[in-house]
Write a protein that binds this ligand. Sequence first.
Ligand SMILES: *[C@@H]1O[C@H](CO)[C@@H](O)[C@H](O)[C@H]1NC(C)=O
Ligand SMILES: *[C@@H]1O[C@H](CO)[C@@H](O)[C@H](O)[C@H]1NC(C)=O
Ligand SMILES: *[C@@H]1O[C@H](CO)[C@@H](O)[C@H](O)[C@H]1NC(C)=O
Ligand SMILES: *[C@@H]1O[C@H](CO)[C@@H](O)[C@H](O)[C@H]1NC(C)=O
Ligand SMILES: *[C@@H]1O[C@H](CO)[C@@H](O)[C@H](O)[C@H]1NC(C)=O
Length: 945
Amino acid sequence: MAEAVILLAVKKIGVALGNDAINQATSKFKKFVTQLTELQGSMGRIKRELRLIHQFLSRMDVRNRNNETYEIWVEEARMMAHGIEDIVDEYLQLVTHKHDTRWSTYVKKGFMRANILLSLNKIASASKDAETNLVHLFQAKDRWVLMEGSGSTTSNDSSNYIVERSQHLASISRSLGEEDLVGVNRNREKLEEWLSDESSECSMITLHGMGGLGKTALAANAYRREKEKFQCHAWVSISQSYSIKDVLKCLITELSSNAEKRTWDNINNMDTEGLREELKRFLTHKKCLIVLDDVWTSEAINDLLGSLVCNLKGSRILVTTRVNDVAHLAFPNRRITLEPLYEKESHELFCRTAFPRDSNHECAAELSHLIDQIVSKCKGVPLAIVSVGRLVFVRDKTKEELRRIHDQLDWELVNNPSLEHVRSILYLSYIYLPTQLKSCFLYCSLFPEDHLLKRKALIRWWIAEGFISNRGRSTMEEVAEGYLQELVNRNMLQLIDRNSFGRIKSFRMHDIMHELAVDLCQRECFGVAYNGNDRHWEYEDRNERRLVIHKLSKDIDQAISCTLSLRSVIVLDNSMASSSSILRIVADKCRYMSVLELSGLPINMVPDAIGDLFNLHHLGLRGSNIKLLPKSIEKLTNLLTLDLFRSGIQELPRGIVKLKKLRHLFAEKQNDRHRRLFRWCTGVSIPKGLENLTNLQSLQALESQDESIRCLGELRQMRGLRLWNVKANHCEYLCESLLRMKFLSYLSITASDEDDVLHLDGLNPLPPSLHKLRLSGRLADSMLGAESPLFQADAGGQNLYSLRLFWSQLRKDPLPSLSRLLNLTELHFTRAYSGDKLVFLTGWFPKLKILRLRDLPNLKRMEIQQGAMASLERLRLINLSSMEEVPLGIEFIMPLKYLSFEEITLDFLQSLRQSKIGNMRWWHTLQQEIDMEPTVGLGRRMSCF
Ligand SMILES: *[C@@H]1O[C@H](CO)[C@@H](O)[C@H](O)[C@H]1NC(C)=O
Ligand SMILES: *[C@@H]1O[C@H](CO)[C@@H](O)[C@H](O)[C@H]1NC(C)=O
Ligand SMILES: *[C@@H]1O[C@H](CO)[C@@H](O)[C@H](O)[C@H]1NC(C)=O
Ligand SMILES: *[C@@H]1O[C@H](CO)[C@@H](O)[C@H](O)[C@H]1NC(C)=O
Ligand SMILES: *[C@@H]1O[C@H](CO)[C@@H](O)[C@H](O)[C@H]1NC(C)=O
């Protein structure tokens, strides 16, 4: 542990010694070169020392868990790393912060200089101390931590330890008996069928899922039953730090012991090649069953497959893994994904374990409620259920005792020695994470149980926290998305939803994983969650760096002000009006703050003091009431994200263009919650200097003006751009600018009024990575003609996934043209078409998942032929006031995940009920209801059939 913290300190020093900071420091401290050089030298040495400690920690970690001597040492190391982070931040502030000009007119120059020197000296001496302490700490480890045979601590030892540890755990899983398998019948049958079918080809079968779901237990069960049907069989635990040689040896020994009764005297003297040959010779003639348990990398399999020649004897290789990539080495019809148990199965398994002697394992009725509660905490993870069940088995089965167990379960999961193996199984996943992923993982656990995390927001936070570094030509956002993918791939995070074209959209952390991660977070002082009723706040001298507030309470102000070293505050609770004081307190008290996420809070004003948070990387005020920002915002030169999306913002200070590191700027005011008005939002204008924000990747949204449209083309990094108020005479420059944005992936353009025509013919070719396009305003019919950039052969719109047309008022049926966009997954029309008929022909829109048609006042008839929109999942028809008959052929696309007819008349409802889909599932709202209750969100009043 503490690796993550130390790595962050190392990165921070990297910033302080980077070119930017060095240049600024050199110009600011021209007169004090000696002191400066000395300080920089000291920081460089600290960095080296920290890296050594980091390296040492990443080797030691596993073995010494729970060793007190070691833990104390690690604690020291972590505290020092935090102290060093403070020193470096102090230094960065001194170097990069612009002192208020107001101030300097009052204070004489000489005094200023003396003052700065004083600060510099103070920092230098703190740095010297830190350096000495670090050296001392590193030596102390030789005296205390490594007393026993410090010479022999090669990395072999610790990997042996991991191997031992995982084998121990595997043996626990294997020992789970028949009675511990519940709710797996289907999987067991499948597995047995695949193992025993007649096919003579050698095939690979994979079992995968997160730790604790019972992969090994299931494999062991099948192995026990089926192995005798094979001529030879072997079970080998791989684990991450496997050595190919050892695995080969194990395989040969096991296979031969049950087949040939032959002993291998010389196996220890063979080299890897020899072993491979031996295994190959063996396998060529026999039908074998091989289980490779707990495989972490696909390389491990590929290494082995080299020797596992595929004979035609009907051999089977069964692999268990937590990693999706590994699972994908088997054919899709030979993979089993384990899921958590359902409630009923969980209950059954629990009772079997806790009350094994009772007939039918039934538990007393008066306990059943408590048992339900206990079981629900285990979230369907069999390992946890069985372990907690055994815990209950050895205790009194009284109501009081069960309640105590229930109340303490979180604590027990983290602390009870008899649950150690539950912890270890999940802990193992954590230990195997590369250090840079550890911080990202811990971060997710600061959010409440079951909290739905969103990809984009989380990635911006990770970057602002400094967890992500550039890698090659990838942006930090791309690297971060890779990390996220990796965590999902390792089953550390559960994927909940993808967007219509397959990118991760939302995910959450599994509960039990969450519980353990929370414990790790606390031990590392990585961060804490605050939920309003934590009594420890008052008296503890806290050193946490991150605070995620799940629930606000009155003493939150105090909580924040007694945690001065805070770097991040994220507030998830927007229920309390008084929460608006948070921003003021933070601005006054937390000088090093780097991530401030207050989205959704009813904040009206940003205090001037915000400008003093020189370290601020992220400021999130989405959905607030803020109309204006103070001028001091221009001092936040480290800001990466400024989020005022859907707030009351009307104008940005001119100095905004001084924030050259800004990557994501969201500033948009929402005028109409129902999004029916043509101009339901307004953006912000940036009349001068926009071209200086060259790092911008998101700009949402800009009010178009001659000047800003012309210089937009300088923003080459742009990924997501939203423009309001585009006039006909802007279009030419706009297209020119857009053509220069090679990475543009989301583009939204709204004309200045509903009759202005958008001329976008000049946007040719379309930016190659443009995936989402939203156009609002009259379109010339040529936009859908043969010459339109959408349909050009080379790039064209083939990469478009999502197209939304608003107020285009097309007279010609757009579908025949648009059907050429084969990759489209989402299509939306609002007042886009003024004709009376839409027909979807067979084969059109093969990948379309979402279709929304709204406010097409003349549309009378809609027809869907069989085989059109074959992948459709969601269809919404809203306010199609002229439509009198149920869309023809709608039954061909049923069933859908979601189908709704909104703002319809009673007559139309009647027709629907009598139509072919009358007794299927769909939703509706009536016109009148909207009229009567204009403030209710559209989706809420729906009823279901
Ligand atoms: C902790 O580690 C030290 C040194 O490595 C060793 O001497 C000591 O016995 C360990 N303590 C425990 C409880 O394992
Ligand atoms: C680990 O052990 C193997 C022999 O088992 C040896 O060849 C290798 O050099 C060792 N690695 C280290 C880092 O000591
Ligand atoms: C843009 O940057 C250039 C060079 O960095 C600077 O000279 C210019 O004043 C900046 N423009 C604005 C409006 O800040
Ligand atoms: C879009 O579709 C074309 C043809 O169906 C295909 O070749 C191309 O790879 C697709 N592009 C993307 C980004 O999926
Ligand atoms: C529904 O469409 C009609 C035009 O057909 C329009 O006048 C009306 O405003 C629309 N309803 C809403 C709620 O926008």
